[in-house]
Write a protein that binds this ligand. Structure first.
Ligand code: NZQ
Ligand code: ZN
Length: 385
Protein backbone atom coordinates (compact mmCIF):
# COMPACT_ATOMS: atom_id res chain seq x y z
CA UNK A 1 0.00 0.00 0.00
CA UNK A 2 1.22 3.55 -0.74
CA UNK A 3 1.61 6.35 1.81
CA UNK A 4 -1.42 8.62 2.07
CA UNK A 5 -3.03 11.61 3.74
CA UNK A 6 -6.77 11.30 4.34
CA UNK A 7 -8.75 14.41 5.13
CA UNK A 8 -12.48 14.54 4.52
CA UNK A 9 -14.09 17.56 6.16
CA UNK A 10 -17.74 16.91 5.27
CA UNK A 11 -20.11 16.55 8.22
CA UNK A 12 -22.64 13.79 7.54
CA UNK A 13 -26.07 13.96 9.12
CA UNK A 14 -27.65 10.61 8.37
CA UNK A 15 -31.08 9.18 9.10
CA UNK A 16 -34.82 9.31 8.75
CA UNK A 17 -36.14 12.86 9.15
CA UNK A 18 -32.69 14.45 9.49
CA UNK A 19 -33.99 16.85 6.80
CA UNK A 20 -35.41 18.75 9.79
CA UNK A 21 -31.83 19.82 10.65
CA UNK A 22 -31.36 21.83 7.45
CA UNK A 23 -32.19 25.27 8.87
CA UNK A 24 -30.05 24.81 11.93
CA UNK A 25 -27.06 23.69 9.85
CA UNK A 26 -27.43 26.26 7.09
CA UNK A 27 -27.61 29.25 9.39
CA UNK A 28 -24.08 28.49 10.63
CA UNK A 29 -22.82 29.85 7.30
CA UNK A 30 -24.66 33.14 6.90
CA UNK A 31 -28.08 34.57 6.14
CA UNK A 32 -28.30 34.41 2.35
CA UNK A 33 -28.68 30.98 0.76
CA UNK A 34 -28.78 29.99 -2.89
CA UNK A 35 -30.95 26.90 -3.19
CA UNK A 36 -29.86 24.88 -6.24
CA UNK A 37 -32.55 22.59 -7.65
CA UNK A 38 -33.07 20.02 -10.38
CA UNK A 39 -35.97 19.83 -12.76
CA UNK A 40 -38.95 19.60 -10.49
CA UNK A 41 -39.20 16.15 -8.92
CA UNK A 42 -38.34 17.61 -5.54
CA UNK A 43 -41.30 19.99 -5.80
CA UNK A 44 -43.65 17.16 -6.75
CA UNK A 45 -42.74 15.15 -3.66
CA UNK A 46 -43.20 18.10 -1.30
CA UNK A 47 -39.55 18.20 -0.23
CA UNK A 48 -38.99 21.63 -1.73
CA UNK A 49 -41.77 23.26 0.36
CA UNK A 50 -40.54 21.53 3.47
CA UNK A 51 -36.91 22.64 3.05
CA UNK A 52 -37.78 26.22 2.11
CA UNK A 53 -40.08 26.38 5.17
CA UNK A 54 -37.31 25.11 7.44
CA UNK A 55 -34.80 27.59 6.02
CA UNK A 56 -37.18 30.53 6.41
CA UNK A 57 -38.08 29.44 9.95
CA UNK A 58 -34.37 29.69 10.75
CA UNK A 59 -34.33 33.29 9.51
CA UNK A 60 -32.57 32.62 6.21
CA UNK A 61 -33.10 34.59 3.01
CA UNK A 62 -33.61 32.07 0.19
CA UNK A 63 -32.66 32.62 -3.48
CA UNK A 64 -33.31 29.90 -6.05
CA UNK A 65 -31.61 28.47 -9.09
CA UNK A 66 -33.74 25.80 -10.69
CA UNK A 67 -33.13 23.51 -13.66
CA UNK A 68 -29.99 21.40 -13.14
CA UNK A 69 -30.35 18.60 -15.69
CA UNK A 70 -28.80 15.15 -15.61
CA UNK A 71 -25.38 15.82 -17.17
CA UNK A 72 -25.55 19.33 -15.66
CA UNK A 73 -24.81 22.19 -18.00
CA UNK A 74 -22.18 24.90 -17.68
CA UNK A 75 -24.74 27.54 -18.78
CA UNK A 76 -26.69 27.10 -15.55
CA UNK A 77 -23.45 27.30 -13.58
CA UNK A 78 -22.68 30.65 -15.21
CA UNK A 79 -26.16 31.90 -14.28
CA UNK A 80 -25.63 30.74 -10.70
CA UNK A 81 -22.29 32.53 -10.39
CA UNK A 82 -23.95 35.74 -11.52
CA UNK A 83 -26.76 35.32 -8.97
CA UNK A 84 -24.32 34.69 -6.13
CA UNK A 85 -22.26 37.76 -7.06
CA UNK A 86 -25.26 40.08 -7.49
CA UNK A 87 -26.99 39.02 -4.27
CA UNK A 88 -23.92 38.49 -2.10
CA UNK A 89 -24.97 34.93 -1.30
CA UNK A 90 -23.12 33.31 1.60
CA UNK A 91 -24.04 29.61 1.26
CA UNK A 92 -24.92 27.37 -1.67
CA UNK A 93 -27.41 24.67 -0.69
CA UNK A 94 -27.87 21.84 -3.18
CA UNK A 95 -31.25 20.16 -2.76
CA UNK A 96 -31.16 17.16 -5.06
CA UNK A 97 -28.99 14.51 -6.66
CA UNK A 98 -25.51 14.47 -8.20
CA UNK A 99 -26.25 16.92 -11.01
CA UNK A 100 -27.64 19.47 -8.56
CA UNK A 101 -24.73 19.09 -6.16
CA UNK A 102 -22.17 19.35 -8.95
CA UNK A 103 -23.87 22.49 -10.27
CA UNK A 104 -23.60 23.99 -6.78
CA UNK A 105 -19.93 23.03 -6.48
CA UNK A 106 -19.10 24.45 -9.91
CA UNK A 107 -20.82 27.72 -8.99
CA UNK A 108 -18.69 27.91 -5.84
CA UNK A 109 -15.50 27.13 -7.78
CA UNK A 110 -16.30 29.62 -10.55
CA UNK A 111 -17.13 32.36 -8.10
CA UNK A 112 -13.51 32.98 -7.13
CA UNK A 113 -12.12 32.66 -10.64
CA UNK A 114 -12.01 35.87 -12.67
CA UNK A 115 -12.41 34.25 -16.12
CA UNK A 116 -15.09 31.92 -17.52
CA UNK A 117 -15.84 28.96 -15.22
CA UNK A 118 -15.38 26.46 -18.09
CA UNK A 119 -11.61 27.26 -18.00
CA UNK A 120 -11.44 25.40 -14.68
CA UNK A 121 -12.65 22.24 -16.43
CA UNK A 122 -11.10 22.57 -19.88
CA UNK A 123 -7.77 24.18 -19.00
CA UNK A 124 -7.50 22.93 -15.41
CA UNK A 125 -7.02 26.43 -13.97
CA UNK A 126 -6.41 26.37 -10.19
CA UNK A 127 -9.45 26.47 -7.92
CA UNK A 128 -9.33 28.96 -5.05
CA UNK A 129 -11.04 29.09 -1.64
CA UNK A 130 -14.71 29.95 -1.99
CA UNK A 131 -18.06 30.09 -0.20
CA UNK A 132 -19.43 27.00 1.58
CA UNK A 133 -21.70 24.36 0.09
CA UNK A 134 -24.35 22.34 1.92
CA UNK A 135 -26.32 19.36 0.59
CA UNK A 136 -29.68 17.71 1.11
CA UNK A 137 -29.26 14.55 -0.95
CA UNK A 138 -32.16 12.90 -2.80
CA UNK A 139 -30.55 10.03 -4.75
CA UNK A 140 -27.89 7.47 -3.84
CA UNK A 141 -25.24 7.41 -6.56
CA UNK A 142 -22.36 9.79 -7.06
CA UNK A 143 -20.82 10.29 -3.62
CA UNK A 144 -20.70 13.99 -4.51
CA UNK A 145 -22.27 14.65 -1.10
CA UNK A 146 -18.95 13.77 0.55
CA UNK A 147 -16.20 14.51 -1.96
CA UNK A 148 -14.49 17.41 -3.69
CA UNK A 149 -15.43 16.52 -7.28
CA UNK A 150 -17.84 18.06 -9.77
CA UNK A 151 -18.65 16.94 -13.31
CA UNK A 152 -20.15 19.44 -15.76
CA UNK A 153 -21.19 19.25 -19.42
CA UNK A 154 -20.68 21.81 -22.15
CA UNK A 155 -23.23 21.05 -24.85
CA UNK A 156 -21.68 23.48 -27.35
CA UNK A 157 -18.38 21.62 -27.40
CA UNK A 158 -19.90 18.23 -26.49
CA UNK A 159 -17.52 17.85 -23.56
CA UNK A 160 -18.19 16.49 -20.09
CA UNK A 161 -15.30 17.21 -17.74
CA UNK A 162 -14.54 17.17 -14.03
CA UNK A 163 -12.80 19.27 -11.41
CA UNK A 164 -11.52 18.26 -8.03
CA UNK A 165 -10.59 20.54 -5.15
CA UNK A 166 -10.44 20.55 -1.35
CA UNK A 167 -12.39 23.83 -1.46
CA UNK A 168 -15.60 22.30 -2.81
CA UNK A 169 -16.22 19.53 -0.30
CA UNK A 170 -19.67 20.16 1.17
CA UNK A 171 -19.50 21.54 4.72
CA UNK A 172 -22.44 19.34 5.61
CA UNK A 173 -24.62 16.78 3.86
CA UNK A 174 -28.00 15.61 5.05
CA UNK A 175 -28.65 11.98 4.06
CA UNK A 176 -32.27 11.22 4.83
CA UNK A 177 -33.20 7.84 3.29
CA UNK A 178 -36.86 8.88 3.10
CA UNK A 179 -35.90 11.53 0.52
CA UNK A 180 -34.70 8.80 -1.82
CA UNK A 181 -37.82 6.59 -1.78
CA UNK A 182 -39.38 8.46 -4.70
CA UNK A 183 -36.46 8.04 -7.12
CA UNK A 184 -37.81 6.24 -10.22
CA UNK A 185 -36.56 2.65 -10.58
CA UNK A 186 -34.39 3.35 -13.64
CA UNK A 187 -32.48 6.11 -11.82
CA UNK A 188 -32.31 4.00 -8.67
CA UNK A 189 -30.60 1.27 -10.69
CA UNK A 190 -28.28 3.65 -12.57
CA UNK A 191 -27.28 5.00 -9.15
CA UNK A 192 -26.54 1.48 -7.98
CA UNK A 193 -24.35 0.85 -11.03
CA UNK A 194 -22.53 4.12 -10.35
CA UNK A 195 -21.87 3.10 -6.74
CA UNK A 196 -20.46 -0.28 -7.80
CA UNK A 197 -18.39 1.41 -10.49
CA UNK A 198 -16.79 3.78 -7.99
CA UNK A 199 -15.77 0.77 -5.95
CA UNK A 200 -14.39 -0.96 -9.06
CA UNK A 201 -12.30 2.09 -10.04
CA UNK A 202 -10.50 1.95 -6.71
CA UNK A 203 -10.44 -1.84 -6.27
CA UNK A 204 -9.12 -3.02 -9.65
CA UNK A 205 -5.65 -1.52 -9.64
CA UNK A 206 -2.07 -2.71 -9.34
CA UNK A 207 -1.52 -1.74 -5.68
CA UNK A 208 -0.67 -4.68 -3.47
CA UNK A 209 -1.25 -4.91 0.28
CA UNK A 210 -4.22 -2.55 0.68
CA UNK A 211 -6.00 -5.35 2.51
CA UNK A 212 -8.43 -3.32 4.58
CA UNK A 213 -9.40 -1.11 1.61
CA UNK A 214 -10.05 -4.23 -0.49
CA UNK A 215 -12.17 -5.85 2.20
CA UNK A 216 -14.15 -2.66 2.72
CA UNK A 217 -14.64 -2.42 -1.05
CA UNK A 218 -15.84 -6.04 -1.21
CA UNK A 219 -18.26 -5.37 1.65
CA UNK A 220 -19.77 -2.44 -0.24
CA UNK A 221 -20.11 -4.54 -3.40
CA UNK A 222 -21.76 -7.43 -1.56
CA UNK A 223 -24.07 -5.13 0.38
CA UNK A 224 -25.21 -3.36 -2.79
CA UNK A 225 -25.69 -6.63 -4.70
CA UNK A 226 -27.77 -8.23 -1.93
CA UNK A 227 -29.84 -5.08 -1.21
CA UNK A 228 -30.76 -4.22 -4.82
CA UNK A 229 -33.41 -6.98 -5.26
CA UNK A 230 -35.07 -5.80 -2.02
CA UNK A 231 -35.37 -2.30 -3.47
CA UNK A 232 -36.73 -3.59 -6.75
CA UNK A 233 -39.37 -5.50 -4.79
CA UNK A 234 -40.23 -2.58 -2.57
CA UNK A 235 -38.90 0.82 -3.69
CA UNK A 236 -40.31 2.41 -0.54
CA UNK A 237 -38.28 0.20 1.79
CA UNK A 238 -36.66 2.98 3.84
CA UNK A 239 -34.17 0.66 5.49
CA UNK A 240 -32.93 -0.71 2.16
CA UNK A 241 -32.80 2.84 0.77
CA UNK A 242 -30.67 3.85 3.77
CA UNK A 243 -28.27 0.94 3.24
CA UNK A 244 -27.75 1.87 -0.42
CA UNK A 245 -27.42 5.54 0.48
CA UNK A 246 -24.61 4.90 2.93
CA UNK A 247 -22.91 2.51 0.48
CA UNK A 248 -22.97 5.29 -2.13
CA UNK A 249 -21.35 7.80 0.17
CA UNK A 250 -18.62 5.39 1.28
CA UNK A 251 -17.93 4.31 -2.29
CA UNK A 252 -16.60 7.75 -3.19
CA UNK A 253 -15.63 9.68 -0.08
CA UNK A 254 -12.01 8.65 -0.44
CA UNK A 255 -11.82 6.04 2.28
CA UNK A 256 -11.65 2.87 0.12
CA UNK A 257 -9.13 4.48 -2.25
CA UNK A 258 -6.49 5.62 0.23
CA UNK A 259 -3.01 4.31 -0.45
CA UNK A 260 -4.13 2.94 -3.83
CA UNK A 261 -3.11 3.82 -7.37
CA UNK A 262 -6.76 3.56 -8.59
CA UNK A 263 -7.78 3.62 -12.25
CA UNK A 264 -10.76 5.79 -13.42
CA UNK A 265 -10.42 5.04 -17.16
CA UNK A 266 -13.98 3.67 -17.35
CA UNK A 267 -15.37 6.90 -15.92
CA UNK A 268 -13.50 8.96 -18.51
CA UNK A 269 -14.81 6.73 -21.30
CA UNK A 270 -18.37 6.99 -19.94
CA UNK A 271 -18.13 10.76 -19.67
CA UNK A 272 -17.20 10.89 -23.36
CA UNK A 273 -20.28 8.79 -24.21
CA UNK A 274 -22.64 10.93 -22.14
CA UNK A 275 -21.05 14.11 -23.54
CA UNK A 276 -22.05 13.01 -27.05
CA UNK A 277 -25.29 11.10 -26.40
CA UNK A 278 -26.54 12.71 -23.14
CA UNK A 279 -27.27 9.33 -21.53
CA UNK A 280 -27.44 8.64 -17.78
CA UNK A 281 -24.01 8.20 -16.23
CA UNK A 282 -24.82 4.87 -14.52
CA UNK A 283 -26.30 3.44 -17.70
CA UNK A 284 -23.09 4.23 -19.58
CA UNK A 285 -21.00 2.66 -16.82
CA UNK A 286 -22.99 -0.59 -16.90
CA UNK A 287 -22.00 -0.86 -20.56
CA UNK A 288 -18.37 0.25 -20.33
CA UNK A 289 -17.11 -1.36 -17.14
CA UNK A 290 -17.42 -5.09 -17.94
CA UNK A 291 -15.64 -4.50 -21.27
CA UNK A 292 -12.87 -2.49 -19.62
CA UNK A 293 -12.52 -5.41 -17.20
CA UNK A 294 -12.11 -7.91 -20.04
CA UNK A 295 -9.59 -5.59 -21.71
CA UNK A 296 -7.30 -5.28 -18.68
CA UNK A 297 -7.76 -8.60 -16.85
CA UNK A 298 -4.42 -9.91 -18.15
CA UNK A 299 -2.57 -7.23 -16.10
CA UNK A 300 -4.10 -8.21 -12.73
CA UNK A 301 -5.77 -11.63 -13.13
CA UNK A 302 -5.30 -12.34 -9.39
CA UNK A 303 -7.35 -9.24 -8.53
CA UNK A 304 -10.20 -10.28 -10.79
CA UNK A 305 -10.04 -13.76 -9.27
CA UNK A 306 -10.21 -12.19 -5.78
CA UNK A 307 -13.35 -10.31 -6.88
CA UNK A 308 -14.88 -13.48 -8.32
CA UNK A 309 -14.11 -15.54 -5.22
CA UNK A 310 -14.91 -13.00 -2.49
CA UNK A 311 -17.90 -11.24 -4.06
CA UNK A 312 -19.51 -13.99 -6.15
CA UNK A 313 -18.27 -17.12 -4.37
CA UNK A 314 -16.78 -18.59 -7.55
CA UNK A 315 -14.30 -21.41 -7.03
CA UNK A 316 -11.34 -22.59 -9.08
CA UNK A 317 -7.54 -22.48 -9.26
CA UNK A 318 -6.86 -20.63 -12.49
CA UNK A 319 -7.00 -16.88 -11.66
CA UNK A 320 -7.65 -15.82 -15.24
CA UNK A 321 -10.51 -18.26 -15.75
CA UNK A 322 -12.04 -17.51 -12.36
CA UNK A 323 -11.67 -13.76 -12.98
CA UNK A 324 -13.49 -14.00 -16.30
CA UNK A 325 -16.35 -15.83 -14.61
CA UNK A 326 -16.57 -12.98 -12.08
CA UNK A 327 -16.98 -10.49 -14.93
CA UNK A 328 -19.68 -12.71 -16.48
CA UNK A 329 -21.49 -12.75 -13.14
CA UNK A 330 -21.45 -8.96 -13.03
CA UNK A 331 -23.03 -8.80 -16.50
CA UNK A 332 -25.62 -11.39 -15.41
CA UNK A 333 -26.39 -9.23 -12.37
CA UNK A 334 -26.91 -6.11 -14.50
CA UNK A 335 -29.10 -8.06 -16.93
CA UNK A 336 -31.10 -9.55 -14.04
CA UNK A 337 -31.97 -6.06 -12.79
CA UNK A 338 -32.84 -4.88 -16.29
CA UNK A 339 -29.90 -2.57 -16.95
CA UNK A 340 -28.57 -2.62 -20.55
CA UNK A 341 -24.99 -3.82 -21.04
CA UNK A 342 -24.49 -2.96 -24.72
CA UNK A 343 -24.46 0.34 -26.64
CA UNK A 344 -26.64 -1.21 -29.37
CA UNK A 345 -29.37 -1.84 -26.76
CA UNK A 346 -29.67 1.92 -26.24
CA UNK A 347 -29.58 2.87 -29.92
CA UNK A 348 -25.90 3.82 -30.17
CA UNK A 349 -24.07 2.49 -33.23
CA UNK A 350 -20.47 2.76 -34.46
CA UNK A 351 -20.88 6.19 -36.12
CA UNK A 352 -19.20 8.32 -33.46
CA UNK A 353 -16.91 5.86 -31.66
CA UNK A 354 -13.72 7.47 -32.96
CA UNK A 355 -14.87 10.89 -31.82
CA UNK A 356 -15.70 9.56 -28.34
CA UNK A 357 -12.29 7.87 -28.09
CA UNK A 358 -10.71 11.20 -29.00
CA UNK A 359 -12.74 13.05 -26.34
CA UNK A 360 -11.98 10.46 -23.66
CA UNK A 361 -8.23 10.85 -24.20
CA UNK A 362 -8.30 14.66 -24.35
CA UNK A 363 -5.72 14.94 -21.56
CA UNK A 364 -3.65 11.91 -22.65
CA UNK A 365 -3.77 8.14 -22.06
CA UNK A 366 -6.34 6.97 -19.50
CA UNK A 367 -6.13 4.93 -16.33
CA UNK A 368 -3.29 3.15 -14.59
CA UNK A 369 -3.97 -0.56 -14.62
CA UNK A 370 -3.29 -0.46 -18.34
CA UNK A 371 -2.53 2.95 -19.86
CA UNK A 372 -5.20 3.31 -22.52
CA UNK A 373 -4.42 5.21 -25.72
CA UNK A 374 -7.09 6.46 -28.08
CA UNK A 375 -6.78 3.17 -29.99
CA UNK A 376 -7.35 1.16 -26.80
CA UNK A 377 -10.44 3.22 -25.97
CA UNK A 378 -11.73 2.68 -29.48
CA UNK A 379 -11.22 -1.08 -29.06
CA UNK A 380 -13.18 -1.02 -25.79
CA UNK A 381 -15.97 1.03 -27.36
CA UNK A 382 -16.21 -1.48 -30.21
CA UNK A 383 -16.50 -4.27 -27.62
CA UNK A 384 -19.35 -2.26 -26.03
CA UNK A 385 -21.47 -2.33 -29.22
O1 NZQ B 1 -34.08 16.86 -11.94
P1 NZQ B 1 -35.10 16.21 -11.08
O2 NZQ B 1 -36.47 16.57 -11.43
O3 NZQ B 1 -34.77 16.42 -9.62
O4 NZQ B 1 -35.02 14.62 -11.33
C1 NZQ B 1 -33.86 13.84 -11.10
C2 NZQ B 1 -33.22 13.37 -12.39
O5 NZQ B 1 -34.18 13.23 -13.41
C3 NZQ B 1 -34.26 12.55 -10.45
N1 NZQ B 1 -34.35 12.58 -8.99
C4 NZQ B 1 -33.37 12.88 -8.10
N2 NZQ B 1 -33.83 12.71 -6.84
C5 NZQ B 1 -35.12 12.31 -6.93
C6 NZQ B 1 -35.46 12.23 -8.29
N3 NZQ B 1 -36.68 11.86 -8.71
C7 NZQ B 1 -37.60 11.56 -7.76
N4 NZQ B 1 -37.34 11.60 -6.43
C8 NZQ B 1 -36.12 11.95 -5.97
N5 NZQ B 1 -35.85 11.95 -4.67
O6 NZQ B 1 -33.21 11.66 -10.79
C9 NZQ B 1 -32.71 11.98 -12.09
C10 NZQ B 1 -31.22 11.82 -12.13
O7 NZQ B 1 -30.60 12.83 -11.42
P2 NZQ B 1 -28.99 13.07 -11.53
O8 NZQ B 1 -28.66 14.20 -10.63
O9 NZQ B 1 -28.56 13.20 -12.94
O10 NZQ B 1 -28.40 11.70 -11.00
P3 NZQ B 1 -27.08 11.36 -10.23
O11 NZQ B 1 -27.18 11.65 -8.79
O12 NZQ B 1 -26.77 9.98 -10.63
O13 NZQ B 1 -25.97 12.35 -10.84
C11 NZQ B 1 -25.37 12.10 -12.07
C12 NZQ B 1 -24.34 13.15 -12.40
O14 NZQ B 1 -23.24 13.15 -11.46
C13 NZQ B 1 -22.00 12.95 -12.15
C14 NZQ B 1 -22.43 12.17 -13.36
O15 NZQ B 1 -21.46 12.18 -14.38
C15 NZQ B 1 -23.72 12.87 -13.76
O16 NZQ B 1 -23.45 14.06 -14.44
N6 NZQ B 1 -21.01 12.35 -11.28
C16 NZQ B 1 -20.53 13.09 -10.26
C17 NZQ B 1 -19.56 12.62 -9.40
C18 NZQ B 1 -19.03 13.43 -8.29
N7 NZQ B 1 -19.37 14.71 -8.22
O17 NZQ B 1 -18.28 12.93 -7.47
C19 NZQ B 1 -18.96 11.30 -9.58
C20 NZQ B 1 -19.73 10.41 -10.49
O18 NZQ B 1 -18.85 9.43 -10.99
C21 NZQ B 1 -20.42 11.08 -11.61
O19 NZQ B 1 -19.55 11.28 -12.71
ZN1 ZN C 1 -19.61 7.65 -11.33
Amino acid sequence: MNNFVFHNPTKIIFGVDTTNEVGKEAKNYGKKVLLVLGQGSIKKIGLYDRVVGLLKDSGLEVYELEGAKPNPRVDLVRKGIQMVRENKIELILALGSGSVIDTGKAIAAGLTYEGDVWDLFRYRKPIKPTIPIGVVLTLAATGSEMNGNAVISNMETEEKLSISSPYIYPKFSILDPKNTTTVPMNHTLYGIVDILSHVFEQYFDRTEGAVLQDRFAESIMKTVIETTPKLIKNPEDVEARGIILWCGTNALNGIIGVGKEQDWASHDIEHAISAVYDISHGLGLAIVFPHWMRYVIDVIPHKFAQFARNVWGIQGDDDFEVGLKGIDRLIDFYESIGVPTKLSQIGINDERLEEMAEKATLFGPLGNTKKLTKEDVLNILKMCL
